[in-house]
Design a binder for this molecule. Structure first.
Ligand SMILES: [Zn+2]
Length: 288
């Protein structure tokens, strides 16, 4: 065997070893590496997107983000303490649609990594202690059931006890159909819990993100002392198609966007994600 043959053999062996790992790159792994902007269709490297707080580097489209990613973006490192995470929903109506409600909950937990459609706790925003709640759209469309209501009510109670401002970040499709009337009752429950903050002169800031609809937009999300929204977030009660069919009129193109709501006086500010933490801190400081 010549030296040349030895190298040939070694190269073939290396190629054989390399082959299986190339086959292991699945479509899922590829999609985790790259993301396509739903607005401008640009393909962006996920690491770059994450470094830009999940905002498109080309067109500033704000991607939907999970509750825990939001906490990481908004709350100072090592200051977050989740509260009431163990409150679980019950299936009072024995509700079944495509599958029984308890099965839907197990699936939603697995999919989102959250225990319910809202995560609540205490954390610091640029050094300012805040009672903070963020909704999780990945958990049954961020729908408001009895646990969402209870966690918000208890967050307000904790804020009163500790004399803290409250910040709630919403994203929701509305009330949770699996809980019927119990779900609708949360509108009144959250509203009265947050009203109690006023009596104690505590600040409540509501941040609306894409999308915020139905029972959430018709209750606590629109009750903030200050209401702000991320750019181009879709915010409304019923969807535009339902409204168009009901009133038989064509709606404006920017209908139910943050910018439209700002123009018509329904919200106070449109704030980009990169400015959100700083803006919240400034407002909290101002009201201290
Ligand atoms: Zn884009």
């Amino acid at each position: 065997m010549s030296i040349k043959d030895l190298f040939k053999f070694k190269r073939r062996k290396n190629l054989e070893q390399a082959k299986p790992s190339q086959e292991l790159i699945s479509e899922q792994e590829l999609s985790e590496l790259w993301a396509q902007c739903p607005s401008c269709k640009t393909t962006i490297y996920t690491t770059e997107l994450k470094a830009n707080l999940m905002v498109c580097t080309k067109c500033e489209h704000h991607f939907r983000i999970s509750s825990y990613d939001r906490i990481e973006q908004m709350i100072d490192a090592d200051t977050w303490e989740e509260i009431n995470g163990s409150i679980k929903p019950t299936d009072a109506l024995n509700f079944v649609d495509l599958k029984p409600y308890p099965e839907s909950i197990i699936g939603a937990k697995k999919k989102s990594g959250a225990t319910e459609a809202i995560v609540t706790g205490i954390g610091k925003i640029n050094g300012l202690e805040t009672a903070f709640g963020v909704m999780e759209f990945g958990f049954l469309g961020g729908s408001m059931g009895s646990v969402v209501g209870e966690r918000i009510a208890r967050l307000a109670e904790t804020a009163i006890q500790k004399k803290l401002p409250v910040v709630l970040i919403s994203t929701s499709g509305g009330a949770r159909m699996h809980e019927g009337l119990l779900s609708l009752m949360q509108m009144a429950k959250t509203s009265s819990a947050l009203l109690a903050l006023k009596k104690h002169k505590l600040l409540f800031i509501s941040v609306l993100t894409d999308p915020t609809y139905g029972g959430v937009s018709a209750s606590f999300a629109m009750l903030g002392d200050i209401i702000m929204a991320e750019p181009k977030a879709k915010i409304g009660f019923a969807g535009p198609r339902v409204i168009e069919e009901t009133i038989r009129q064509k709606l404006p193109k920017d209908f139910q966007t943050s910018e439209y709501l700002l123009k018509h006086g329904q919200i106070d500010l449109v704030v980009s994600r990169k400015e959100l933490k700083k803006t919240l801190a400034q407002l909290i400081k101002m009201h201290k």
